[in-house]
Design a protein around this ligand. Structure first.
Ligand code: HEC
Length: 218
């Protein structure tokens, strides 16, 4: 009988010593039989150091320093390019903002190339939800996605270009931000194309050039 008690006590202490301290924080270094080069002297960001007089690892850049370069996520594919406009100080272009409001008109020059690019990007990124004509009846709605906004109805014609740019950049409500996928210029191209979609929906036969009107009847 004594051995049974001893056995239970031994088992309990083993279980407690192995499992009982799980989740507790221990500042001591774990026992490493083969340390390889896991623990190396190095400075972590925001760390402290006795080497510098102010005790901080991160150094303050000299006053007046202007950042240049850095990763640019504007490119379509491949490794990031250097972006000379690292500060992105142009509020209108990078954020669609003017003071505390939205820019009413896109800062990008409107031409047929921009519209073509906008149509291509819109069809890739937006049409699945908002539909090819922007009415909010994209293919996703057939698979249970509810509440996709129409973006070309009369109400949305009142939205400024900057506000559209901002919705693409930061998302809105249940719509995700598209800044990581779509470059700044392409976002403006999409905005321009949405305007074209809006215009097309209030189109009349008289908008069509005379020479092409015959095709309408076919
Ligand atoms: C995965 C589906 C999905 C995709 C893709 C998508 N949207 Fe949306 N979008 C939504 C939903 C859902 C809403 C409504 C959000 C809410 O009000 O909660 C919305 C709202 C909007 C609004 C705001 C309308 C309002 O009433 O303020 C705009 C503008 C818009 N989308 C534009 C775009 C553009 C441009 C793209 C392509 C870059 C895009 N969306 C891609 C789902 C999507």
């Amino acid at each position: 009988m004594r051995w049974v008690f001893l056995g239970i006590a031994l088992l309990t202490s083993i279980v407690v010593s192995i499992l009982g301290t799980r989740g507790t924080v221990n500042s001591r270094r774990p026992l490493m039989l083969f340390p390889d080069m896991n623990a190396q002297p190095r400075y972590d960001p925001q760390g402290s150091s006795n080497f510098f007089a102010d005790g901080r690892v991160m150094r303050t850049p000299p006053s007046g320093t202007v950042p240049f370069g850095g990763a640019d996520y504007e490119c379509d594919a491949g490794s990031p390019r250097q972006n000379p406009d690292f500060l992105q100080a142009d509020d209108a272009y990078y954020r669609g903002k003017q003071g505390s409001g939205w820019v009413s008109k896109s800062p990008v020059k409107l031409d047929i190339e921009l519209l073509r690019r906008g149509r291509e990007r819109y069809d890739i990124h937006c049409a699945i939800c908002h539909g090819a004509t922007g009415t909010g009846a994209g293919v996703m709605t057939k698979f249970g996605m509810a509440g996709v906004a129409s973006i070309t109805d009369d109400l949305h014609k009142l939205m400024s270009d900057g506000e559209y740019f901002n919705v693409i950049t930061n998302g809105k409500g249940r719509m995700m931000p598209y800044a990581p996928q779509i470059s700044v210029r392409d976002r403006w191209a999409i905005v321009a194309y949405i305007r074209a979609l809006m215009r097309s929906q209030s189109g009349r036969p008289s908008d069509i050039p005379e020479a092409l009107r015959g095709e309408l009847k076919r």
